[in-house]
Design a binder for this molecule. Structure first.
Ligand SMILES: *Cc1c(COP(=O)(O)O)cnc(C)c1O
Length: 382
C-alpha cells in the first residue's frame, strides 16, 4: 500500500554504511606505507625496518605489517613473544626481533618460530646458546648495548666478553637505543653514538642499528645498517621542535548521542567541576577514558583542555571526561552540526596526535597505543 510507518521512516534514514559503534577509527595504510618509504629514503643506504609493538602502536599489528610488507619492509621489531608469534604468522620470511630479549623459559618458542631476541645480558646469552645446542644450530639474535637508557642491554664495557660468548650463537644485529633523540642538541646523542660505535667494533661484519624515528632525523645521521622507526610510521612527529614531516595515519571520530540546552550556572558531569558561564548547548559524545581518551583532558572553567571539531568549529570538552562519554560545549557550533547522530572529530586534519596529547598532558605515543577497542575500525588503502 506504500504506507510507511513513522518508525520505518525513521529507520530508513539510517545509513547502512554508518557503524553502530559510537567511535570510528580510520587508519590510512597508504599513509603508513608512504611514511615507511620516506623514512627509508632519509636513511641513506640503511635498511628501514619497522617497529610494530603494542599492536602496531594501537593501529593494528596485522594491518600495519601487511601494508609495510607490501611496501618492502623485511625486518620487524616487537616487544614480546606473543607479538612476535603474531608477527611470524603475518610475515613468514621476515626477520623478527623481540625487544624484551629472552624471558626465562621462552627460548623454545622463540627458536621454533625463528624469532630473534634482543639479548642484553650474559644470562640471556647463555640460555639462548643452550637452546641452540638443543636444536642443533647456533640461534640468531641481536646483541643489545645500553649506552644510556639504563633499561635493557649489555654495558659497553662488556662488549669484548659479550662478543666472545656470542660465538655460541649467531648474532645478526648489534643495537642500542637513544635516550633523547627528540632533542637534536642533546650532547648525550653524540656520546651514545660513540659508545655504540666502540662496542660494535667487537662484532665485525654484524649489522648495526641505533635509530628510532627521531634518530633517523639526527644531524649525525646515525643510521648504521638498519633504522627501526615506530612512532613516525604511524604519523607521529619525530621532530617535535619542527613541523611534522610525516603523514597522519589515524583519524578518530565520535558520535553525538545526546544534546541539551543548559541555563547559565548549570554544571556538567561528575562533581560538577564545570559550570556554564552562559546559556550553553552541550553535546554528549559516545567515547571516554575507557576508549583511551585521557581523563587528564578534563576541562574546567579557566582550565581548557580537550577539544573536538564539530561542523568545522573547535568545541571544548566540558566537565570531567567519564568512562564512556565526553561532553562538549557546542554553543558556537554551526547550525545542524551538533545534533544527535552527527559525528565530531577528535583526531584528524585539525587536531593531530601531538595536539590531542598536549591537551591531555601526555605524549602522542600514549594517545596512539591507548586507542580503544570499542571503536569501529576502517582501514583505507589496504
Ligand atoms: C619502541 C622502540 C623503537 C621505536 O621507537 P620510536 O620512537 O617509536 O620510533 C626503537 N627501538 C627500541 C629499542 C624501542 O623500544
Amino acid at each position: 500500500m506504500g504506507i510507511i510507518s513513522p518508525a520505518e521512516r525513521l529507520l530508513s534514514r539510517a545509513d547502512p554504511s554508518e557503524p553502530v559503534e559510537t567511535g570510528l577509527l580510520t587508519i590510512d595504510l597508504a599513509a603508513l606505507a608512504a611514511n615507511w618509504r620516506k623514512l627509508a629514503s632519509l636513511s641513506g643506504g640503511a635498511e628501514c625496518g619497522a617497529v610494530v609493538k603494542a599492536d602496531g602502536y594501537g593501529l593494528g599489528q596485522g594491518a600495519a605489517m601487511r601494508a609495510l610488507s607490501a611496501a618492502g619492509c623485511k625486518t620487524f621489531f616487537v616487544a614480546n613473544l606473543l607479538e612476535a608469534e603474531t608477527a611470524r604468522a603475518l610475515a613468514p620470511d621476515a626477520a623478527i626481533y623481540v625487544l624484551d630479549g629472552l624471558v626465562p623459559g621462552c627460548a623454545p618458542r622463540l627458536a621454533a618460530a625463528r624469532l630473534r631476541p634482543c639479548i642484553g645480558s650474559f644470562a640471556e646469552l647463555e640460555e639462548w646458546a643452550a637452546a641452540g645446542v638443543t636444536v642443533g644450530r647456533r640461534l640468531e639474535a641481536a646483541i643489545h648495548f645500553d649506552t644510556g637508557m639504563n633499561r635493557l642491554g649489555f654495558a659497553p664495557r662488556d662488549a669484548a666478553e659479550a662478543a666472545a660468548r656470542a660465538r655460541e650463537i649467531a648474532p645478526t644485529l648489534v643495537m642500542s637505543h637513544f635516550v633523547s633523540s627528540q632533542l637534536p642538541d642533546d650532547p648525550l646523542n653524540v656520546r651514545q653514538i660513540a659508545d655504540f660505535s666502540a662496542a660494535r667494533a667487537h662484532f665485525p661484519g654484524v649489522p648495526g642499528s641505533m635509530a628510532n624515528s627521531s634518530g633517523v632525523f639526527l644531524p649525525q645521521r646515525p643510521h648504521f645498517d638498519l633504522v627501526r622507526p615506530g612512532y613516525a610510521l604511524y604519523g607521529g612527529n619525530p621532530t617535535p621542535h619542527a613541523e611534522n614531516p610525516m603523514q597522519a595515519a589515524a583519524r578518530l571520530g565520535a558520535r553525538i548521542v545526546a544534546v541539551r540546552d543548559l541555563p547559565a550556572g548549570a554544571t556538567v558531569g561528575y562533581d560538577g567541576i564545570w559550570k556554564a558561564p552562559r546559556p550553553s548547548r552541550i553535546a554528549t559524545i559516545g567515547a571516554g577514558y575507557a576508549d583511551g581518551l585521557p581523563i587528564s583532558a578534563t576541562a574546567a572553567p579557566g582550565k581548557p583542555a580537550g577539544e573536538a571539531v564539530v561542523g568545522g568549529v573547535r568545541c571544548p570538552f566540558v566537565g570531567r571526561v567519564s568512562m564512556d562519554y565526553i561532553m562538549l560545549d557546542v554553543t558556537d557550533a554551526p547550525e545542524g552540526a551538533a545534533e544527535r547522530g552527527e559525528w565530531v572529530e577528535l583526531l584528524g586534519e585539525t587536531i593531530g596526535v601531538e595536539e590531542l596529547a598536549a591537551r591531555a598532558k601526555t605524549i602522542g605515543y600514549e594517545v596512539l597505543t591507548r586507542l580503544g577497542r570499542r571503536y569501529a575500525r576502517r582501514y583505507l588503502g589496504a
